[in-house]
Write a protein that binds this ligand. Sequence first.
Ligand code: NAD
Length: 249
Amino acid sequence: MSFSGKTVLITGASAGFGAATAKLFSESGAKLVLGDISAEGLGEGISGDFVTLVGDVRDPAYSKELVKLSIDTFGSLDIAINNAGIVHSFAKIPDLTEAESRKVIDVNLLGVFWALQAQLPVMEAQFAETGEGCAVVNLASVAGLGGASWLSIYGASKHGVVGLTRAAALEYARKGIRVNAICPSFAATAMAGEAVDDPEVESHMTRGVPMRRLATVNEVVQAILWAADPANSFTTGQNIAIDGGLGAL
Ligand SMILES: NC(=O)c1ccc[n+]([C@@H]2O[C@H](COP(=O)([O-])OP(=O)(O)OC[C@H]3O[C@@H](n4cnc5c(N)ncnc54)[C@H](O)[C@@H]3O)[C@@H](O)[C@H]2O)c1
């Protein structure tokens, strides 16, 4: 895949999928706008053109600033990867606190909504002017495709991202913007906690996954780039599971 000359905005780019996605896009020729609430690791290991902006996706103004930074710096916004997200501790519904529950919805669901509000009009205007299509890839989860016990409000936030992805794809199907979501099962980032280093925890956490393992970061990142690739010009509104066979059960 070549993303030569494309401008790619990535949220949650300091760690995990976001950082690895940034690296692969950069190696494929893209210019990057990288955002995260944490400055630590942001832009690390990227050799091509990039700019960074630290901020919180819960703030709608931050999403607008990231888009403006892309236009002001590189003159375009071709691809957006709405990846920033958090998970809550495993807990039954009555045991989740109000603060934790609201935060998960604010970051995971409203964060993607504010991002879409900022990105879509700019991409639409760009398509009208240049005829070049744009792509948005949201990070949902298999917890957005089916029920996830002990992860209720996280799963609800990701079901919301799946819904936003479908709605945005429909609204912009004839306006040059494809919108898809990637839905991983547990993968080897900080979010998977001890499962990354402890085979016993990994085995417990992935007992429902036919491949019986975590996804690697690269397995998820490859799917993100695939969904963003202009070659996939007829793929939109899809919520693509990267799940070791879970969805086949
Ligand atoms: N790792 C998994 O098992 C898994 C599975 C399914 C879906 N996902 C989703 O993939 C996405 C990336 O997760 P990851 O595993 O790379 O997690 P991660 O914790 O490794 O990285 C998430 C990044 O988002 C940033 N972030 C968190 N809150 C933010 C905020 N309010 N504003 C801006 N940035 C913020 C963090 O600082 C961090 O750099 C998330 O949306 C997550 O829900 C992860």
